[in-house]
Structure formats: structure tokens, C-alpha cells
Design a protein around this ligand. Structure first.
Ligand SMILES: Cc1ncc(C[n+]2csc(CCOP(=O)(O)OP(=O)(O)O)c2C)c(N)n1
Ligand SMILES: [Mg+2]
Length: 327
């Protein structure tokens, strides 16, 4: 992994968060001007979760993620070129262009995949944890899910199973306040999703998901605890998505005032303030970081706008059957 609090600097961590933000801003632009098709789910505002979790893990650990998966994938170290190719449905993409925005797989960086079926990746991650345990591997799986997903039955079955079988899975609830247009305070039976761990005998905690250092330290501490106790864990990280649920969302279900309140807690600005106050970076260096990422990401996007390797039906069929598509 290119960035680590242990071996890298806090400036690198900020750069990673900036990369995630700028990448998603570019994706938004490309969808809006119809250069990309389908839909996309941005996690602008949730960058401290992406970076904090990724850096708190060991390289050998795994993640499985959701429809809102870009930041998780980038933070684990995904190649920007292959990442962008995937959004264009290009065969050079992370998932050979067959998955698109919601189905990013990057086995090289131990991202075992994301799924558009809400909650499903949590069950898959739990299965993966079962195999890791059977093979006596010193690795954990992080199963990302949202506040909306937390109400799905499959999550509860998975938590129960992980508990009775002592599986190395960290259930990571990214609580961003909404499941599509539904506010969590009306849809979730508890004020903190961490409370649900006790129903399954799973230790849990809830933290500020906009504070990257807190997320990082908590994940490191939990990882160590999980190894020592050979137990699963449930962590809720409270954050907010600044963008709409997906491309077409006009955000009519929430007020601009509420958004403005959360924007005061922008994770990138919050961490920048810390680093500036502690003289680790200057305002100018931060704007340079934004510029560098913008230039790099725009160059990659422009490449695919001019050099698109269109998928054929044959490409799409090739990975459906174990035989390689010959029927
Ligand atoms: C099984 C299933 N039901 C419904 C949907 C439609 N859907 C897509 S995202 C979403 C909301 C998910 O909310 P949350 O889990 O809080 O994740 P967030 O979008 O906030 O990251 C819904 C209902 C789906 N994709 N899969
Ligand atoms: Mg949500």
C-alpha cells in the first residue's frame, strides 16, 4: 500500500483523501456530461473512512465493499488507470470493464469486490472469514455496509454466524445518515448501530467517521483485539455524504442547512487544519496536492475519452460460465 501512518507521513494521508475527492469529482463531471453511462454513487465527504480504515489494516487483510465503493478501492491502492477504465466499461478496467462503478474488484490489493445488492457483500465477507479461519491465516476481512443495509436480514444472519464461529470479520457500518432518501433516524431502531452488536455477543463501538486519525487508530486497535481474542467486531463510523445518493438525486429529502452543518466538518478540511496548525503542511502545498491529482486524473480520463476499447457481447459472456463461455 502506498500510504501508511506507520511508514508514511500524515501529508501522504491527506494526499490519499484528496485523491479520492478529486477522482469522484471527475467521475461526477463525466456522468453529468454523458461521457459515462449508467449510474454512480459518490462518497464525497466520507474520505476519512476510506483512508482511515485502509491504513489501519495490514496489507494482507481483505475488504469487501458496497455500491459506494470508489473511495475504499482507491484507498487500498488501486491503480488509477484501471480504476478509470472500469468506469468507461473498458476491457482494461479493474473488473475487465464488466462491472462498472458499483462492481470494483482488485485482488492485487485484497479488495475481494463490491456489490450493488445492498447487504450481500457482508455475507460474502463472512464466508471469506470462515475460510481464512479454516486456513489459520493471520488476516481479517472488513465488511463495509451502510446504515440502510444495517436493517437487512442478511447482515443479522452474518453477525450471528460470525459470532458463533468466532470469525475474523470486522463489520464496518458507514453510517452516512441516509439510505437513498430515507433518514436513518426514522428507519433504524437504535440511535447507534453499534448497539446491535450486543444482540449477537459481538463487541462494538461507534466513532466519528470524519476524523481520519481517530478512524485509523480505532481500526488498528480493533485489529489487534480481534487477533488476540479471535472474535469478530462491529464498528460504526458516523459520517455524511455531501453528494446525492446517486447521479439523479436532487436531495429534496434534506435541507441545505443540514448539508452546510456537515460541510463544516469536511474531513479533508478538518485534517488540513490539524496539519497546518502543526506546521506539517502549508495552504499552498495543499492546493498543489489538489492540482496534481486533478491534472493526473484528467489526463487519464482524457486518455479513455479518446481511446475506448468497446466490450463485445462475447466479452460479456466469457466470464459467465466456468468453461470460459463455450456452450
Ligand atoms: C437488496 C437491495 N435492495 C434495495 C436496493 C436499492 N438501493 C441501492 S442503494 C440503497 C440504499 C443503501 O443505503 P445504505 O446502506 O445506507 O448505503 P449508502 O447508500 O448510504 O452508502 C438502496 C435501498 C438494492 N440495491 N439492493
Ligand atoms: Mg447510508
Amino acid at each position: 500500500m502506498p500510504y501508511s501512518f506507520a511508514s508514511g507521513t500524515r501529508k501522504d494521508v491527506l494526499a490519499l483523501m484528496i485523491r479520492s475527492r478529486v477522482f469522484e469529482q471527475k467521475i461526477e463531471e463525466l456522468f453529468t456530461n454523458h461521457s459515462m453511462h449508467g449510474t454512480t454513487h459518490l462518497a464525497i465527504g466520507q474520505e476519512a473512512v476510506h483512508a482511515g480504515v485502509a491504513l489501519g489494516l495490514e496489507q494482507r487483510d481483505w475488504i469487501m465493499t458496497t455500491h459506494r465503493c470508489h473511495g475504499h478501492t482507491l484507498a487500498r491502492g488501486a491503480d488509477l488507470f484501471a480504476m478509470m477504465a472500469e468506469f468507461f466499461g473498458d476491457s482494461r478496467g479493474l473488473s475487465r470493464g464488466l462491472g462498472g462503478s458499483m462492481h470494483l474488484i482488485d485482488m492485487e490489493h485484497r479488495n475481494a469486490g463490491s456489490s450493488a445488492v445492498v447487504g450481500s457483500s457482508v455475507a460474502l465477507a463472512t464466508g471469506m472469514a470462515l475460510q481464512l479461519k479454516r486456513q489459520n491465516r493471520d488476516e481479517i476481512v472488513v465488511a463495509f455496509f451502510g446504515d440502510g443495509a444495517s436493517n437487512r436480514g442478511i447482515i443479522h444472519e452474518a453477525m450471528n454466524m460470525a459470532s458463533i464461529w468466532n470469525l475474523p470479520v470486522l463489520f464496518l457500518c458507514e453510517h452516512n445518515g441516509y439510505g437513498m432518501s430515507s433518514p436513518a433516524h426514522r428507519m433504524v431502531s437504535v440511535s447507534s448501530i453499534a448497539e446491535r452488536g450486543s444482540g449477537y455477543g459481538i463487541k462494538s463501538d461507534s466513532i466519528d467517521g470524519n476524523a481520519v486519525q481517530e478512524v485509523y487508530s480505532k481500526v488498528r486497535e480493533i485489529r489487534q483485539w480481534m487477533m488476540e481474542h479471535q472474535r469478530p467486531y462491529l464498528l460504526e463510523v458516523k459520517t455524511y455524504r455531501f453528494s446525492g445518493h446517486s447521479k439523479s438525486d436532487k436531495r429534496v429529502y434534506r435541507s441545505r442547512e443540514e448539508e452546510a452543518q456537515w460541510m463544516k466538518k469536511d474531513p479533508i478540511e478538518a485534517f488540513s487544519r490539524v496539519l497546518i496548525a502543526e506546521k506539517e503542511i502549508t495552504e499552498q502545498e495543499i492546493s498543489d496536492l489538489f492540482e496534481q491529482e486533478r491534472a493526473q486524473i484528467t489526463e487519464i480520463a482524457d486518455f479513455f475519452l479518446n481511446d475506448h476499447q468497446e466490450l463485445t457481447l462475447r466479452d460479456a459472456e466469457q466470464y459467465v460460465y466456468a468453461s470460459g463461455g463455450d456452450r
